[in-house]
Design a protein around this ligand. Structure first.
Ligand code: HEC
Length: 168
C-alpha cells in the first residue's frame, strides 16, 4: 500500500474514534449520574432516555425538545412507562458547545442496545451543530421546555405513541 494511502486511512480512523469517544465521554460526564450508564434511568426518579431520544429525533418538534432539554433543562410533570416524574433536570448548555451537544445526542441515538425494550424502528437524521445553535438562540426556561414536551406528546399520540411513552 502506498504510504500516503495508509496515512489517510489512519487519519480517518483516528477522526472516527475521536467522534465516538466524544459523545460517550460527554454522556459519562453530564448525563450518566442520573440517567445511568445504559440510559435506563431510575424508574420514578430519572426517566429512561435511550428509546425516547431516538423516537423524538424522528419528529421536528421532538428534536427541538431533546435539544432544548439538554441545553436548558426540564421542569414539570411527565409520565413514562407508567411512572410519573415531577423532577427538575438542570441544563447543560453552558459547559457544552453546539458541536458537543450534537455529538452527545448522536451518540445516544446510536446506542442500539439501549433500545432493547419496545425496540424502536424510528430512523432519524443526525443532530447538527446548526440545529443546536438555532434552539440555543431561543434561550428557554425549563418550564418553557416542558411546554414543548406537552406539544410533542400531543403530536405523538395523534400518530403513533412512542414506545417509551406507552402506558404499561
Ligand atoms: C441531575 C440529574 C440529571 C442529569 C445529570 C441529567 N438529567 Fe435528563 N432528566 C432528569 C430528570 C429529573 C428528568 C425529568 C424531568 C421532569 O420530571 O420534568 C429528565 C428528563 C430528560 C429527558 C426527557 C425524557 C422524556 O422521555 O421526555 C431527556 C431527553 C433528558 N433528560 C436528557 C438528558 C441528557 C442528554 C443529559 C446529559 C446532558 C441529562 N438528561 C442529564 C435528570 C437529569
Amino acid at each position: 500500500m502506498e504510504k500516503r494511502t495508509l496515512w489517510v486511512l489512519m487519519l480517518v480512523g483516528a477522526l472516527g474514534l475521536a467522534f465516538a469517544a466524544d459523545g460517550e465521554a460527554l454522556y459519562t460526564r453530564y448525563c450518566q449520574a442520573c440517567h445511568q450508564a445504559s440510559g435506563e434511568g431510575i424508574p420514578g426518579t430519572y426517566p429512561f432516555i435511550g428509546g425516547p431520544i431516538k423516537n423524538l429525533a424522528s419528529l421536528d418538534a421532538g428534536r427541538e425538545f431533546v435539544i432544548a432539554t439538554t441545553l436548558f433543562g426540564l421542569r414539570g410533570e411527565m409520565t413514562q412507562r407508567g411512572h410519573t416524574y415531577d423532577g427538575v433536570m438542570p441544563g447543560y448548555g453552558q459547559p457544552m458547545s453546539d458541536e458537543e451537544v450534537a455529538a452527545l445526542l448522536n451518540w445516544i441515538v446510536e446506542q442500539a442496545s439501549w433500545q432493547r425494550r419496545n425496540a424502536t424502528t424510528a430512523t432519524a437524521q443526525p443532530f447538527t451543530p446548526e440545529e443546536v445553535a438555532e434552539v440555543r438562540a431561543r434561550n428557554l426556561t425549563p418550564d418553557q421546555v416542558h411546554e414543548l414536551l406537552v406539544k410533542v406528546e400531543a403530536l405523538m399520540h395523534e400518530t403513533n405513541p412512542a414506545p417509551g411513552r406507552q402506558s404499561p
